[in-house]
Design a protein around this ligand. Structure first.
Ligand SMILES: Cc1ncc(COP(=O)(O)O)c(C=O)c1O
Length: 337
């Protein structure tokens, strides 16, 4: 067994935003069905307005924004982005403005996270899919420039806060989980999560390097693919390590256990089978996964276990939130439930 390294969070600024620690407990029925010990870490319970994984990353990103005297937080995501909603909530709580760049195809109905963004008072700029893919950083910089002309200091948080600073959120989550494992007298073999912009996976991977070097981290993609996220994990993971002066440790391609094949027909689009899976899991163990991230990732875990591809027996699945994403799918869900 390799020895844990020094605490990577020692000199990193963080502000308290999430309700932590989040609960960890066993999914009894799914565990019996699959012949494994499957536990869930309820990171969907980090708050109401700030629920989900993003607030863990924002604890570090917004600490950096405040150090830089920010008046406005600018960030981006899809129309139903959980990260954008959490950023709008955090900004309102701290007396800052928020400005969201939201990707749309058509004029969106005011529902789900987008409704919450509006309730929270975020300024919103819509952007088309191609502009979002090719020019989102440039567009956010333009928005920041506009604030500067009004005498306001804007801080840009990249998509999903998945950068060198945001990664600290899930390093901290590993520290928390490892101490819960001691209380629960369990030592998980693997941590499992959804991969949407990469920061949760990368943070977990870095966190295990420091606090639990014998654990495996497994991610399931809900958009793009393994090779795209391997690049992100290597780039941003090494940025994080540079920030804490750990040039001696590197994230390498061989560290990246990311599994493709469970995105279905597209990002944020659900098949009836995926929604039925969410319904069945809810009925078996009383836990509701979301349709965009955790439902697809947990379905991936379930299917890969059934196929015999997961050797690890004691598994902790990070439920990273997204409940509000179910509501815009109520028409599709109506006949399934
Ligand atoms: C609910 C939820 N789960 C998982 C993810 C994926 O996390 P990450 O963006 O860190 O890969 C996201 C965001 O993308 C999310 O909103």
């Amino acid at each position: 067994m390799s020895a844990p390294l020094n605490d990577p969070l020692k000199n990193i600024s963080r502000i308290d935003l999430a309700s932590l620690p989040t609960p960890v407990y066993k999914l009894n029925n799914l565990s019996s069905e699959l012949g494994k010990e499957i536990y869930v870490k309820r990171d969907d319970l980090t708050g109401v307005e700030t629920s989900g994984n993003k607030v863990r990353k924002l604890e570090f990103a917004v600490a950096d924004a405040l150090k830089n005297n920010a008046d406005v937080l600018i960030t981006c995501g899809g129309i139903q982005s959980n990260h954008c909603r959490a950023t709008a909530a955090v900004a309102a709580r701290l007396g800052l403005k928020s400005h969201l760049l939201l990707r749309i195809d058509d004029t969106p109905p005011v529902e789900g996270n987008y409704l919450l963004d509006k309730i929270l008072g975020a300024d919103i700029t819509f952007v088309s899919r191609p502009d979002y893919s090719n020019r989102r950083t440039e567009i956010m910089e333009g928005i920041a420039e506009g604030y500067k002309e009004k005498g306001l200091n804007a801080y840009i948080i990249p998509e999903g806060a998945s950068n060198g600073i945001g990664n600290f959120g899930y390093i901290n989550a590993v520290k928390e989980a490892v101490s819960q494992e001691k209380e629960l007298h369990i030592d998980f073999d693997a941590y499992v999560c959804a991969v949407g912009s990469g920061g949760t996976f990368t943070g977990l991977l870095l966190g295990t390097k420091f606090y639990a070097p014998d654990k495996k981290v497994i991610g399931f993609t809900v958009c793009d693919d393994r090779s795209y996220f391997a690049d992100i994990a290597i780039k941003t993971g090494n940025d994080t390590l540079d920030l804490i002066g750990h040039k001696d440790i590197r994230v390498k391609d061989e560290d990246i256990n990311i599994i493709d094949g469970y995105m279905g027909i597209g990002y944020a689009v659900s098949t009836d089978d995926e929604l039925k899976f969410i319904r069945d899991a809810a009925r078996k163990d009383g836990v509701i996964f979301d349709p965009v991230y955790t439902g697809k990732a947990f379905r991936g875990l379930y299917n890969e276990i059934k196929k015999g591809n997961i050797r690890e027996d004691k598994i902790l699945f990070f439920h990273t939130g997204g409940l509000y994403g179910l509501f815009p799918k109520q028409d599709q869900l109506a006949w399934i439930v």
